[in-house]
Design a protein around this ligand. Structure first.
Ligand code: GLU
Length: 282
């Protein structure tokens, strides 16, 4: 039983097999929840229908259990804040999109598919979207008439020139300039799918997450998400961005393409989780 109100989560996307880099970040999340006497939640972020596959959803749960993860709420064990897969939570995302629209925080955008593809997923280093040039941004802020959800993207209007701040649990004070470090970003895709930035805020809020622990590659996304929290009038959780694990041979960040370091492959090769975790004391 949890002895504190701390609620943390691990939120993999089933776009491939999990690797040691994911395990390292999730391990920090689990340790922080454990040390706080709190609850750890598993949430599967499977909104990107083109890249996510059900077999990866099954595999990630098996791989995480093998590695030594234990979650109190998740797709396999349920819990009071389910469902724990994003593809089953669309009504919540729609409700929040509607609130953003009525509040005048978003506008419809007809810009190219490529812009939007870049904007829609969780951006990682080297994948940061280019600054949106403002082509479809209305001159004046204000509520926009509903347009139907397909056929247009919905973009969040960032407060150009506002300096944003937050204190990261691992890295201390952080700052970014809205409109320069990142621009208006997509919260809803033209194909009717909510974008990562909106879904993650909706879920962290609805699941009562008190601290988000994730990789440092998502630092800039945190500023986008803080703007969504503010627009919706929600208090944001605390954030803790863990350093990324690099491939010792190349010094590059581990990615799903490093198949040799997938948990699957390590397990098949007889690796022991306790040995893999050596020296990982948070
Ligand atoms: N599902 C995201 C990813 O795999 C992580 C999102 C998050 O922790 O906020 O990159």
């Amino acid at each position: 039983m949890p002895t504190s109100p701390y609620r943390g989560r691990i939120a993999p996307s089933p776009t491939g097999f999990l690797h040691l880099g994911h395990a390292r970040t999730f391990w920090i999340a689990q340790e922080r929840a454990r040390q706080a006497g709190g609850t750890l939640i598993l949430r599967v972020e499977d909104l990107d229908t083109a890249r996510c596959k059900p077999e990866f959803t099954a595999a990630l749960q098996e791989d995480l259990r093998w590695f030594g993860f234990q979650w109190a709420e998740g797709p396999d064990c349920g819990g009071p804040h389910g469902p724990y897969v994003q593809s089953a939570r669309t009504p919540l995302y729609l409700e929040l999109l509607e609130r953003l629209r009525v509040g005048g925080f978003v506008y419809p955008c007809r810009c190219s598919r490529r812009d939007v593809q870049l904007a829609a997923g969780a951006p990682h280093p080297g994948e940061e979207e280019p600054l949106y040039p403002g082509t479809c941004r209305p001159k004046a802020a204000g509520a926009i008439a509903p347009e139907g959800l397909t056929g247009v993207h919905w973009r969040f209007r960032v407060p150009q020139g506002e300096r944003l701040f937050f204190t990261d649990g691992a890295r201390g004070p952080q700052t970014a300039l809205a409109g320069s470090d990142f621009g208006d970003f997509v919260v809803w895709r033209r194909d009717g799918v909510p974008a990562y930035q909106l879904a993650v805020v909706a879920d962290d809020m609805a699941m009562g997450i008190t601290e988000v622990v994730r990789g440092a590659d998502l630092l800039l996304s945190t500023f986008r998400q803080l703007l969504i929290y503010r627009a919706l009038g929600f208090t944001p959780p605390a954030f803790y961005h863990a350093p990324l694990l690099c491939d010792p041979a190349t010094g590059l960040r581990l990615a799903k393409r490093h198949a040799a370091l997938s948990l699957r492959q390590l397990r098949a090769g007889g690796a022991m989780p306790g040995v893999l975790r050596r020296g990982w004391a948070n």
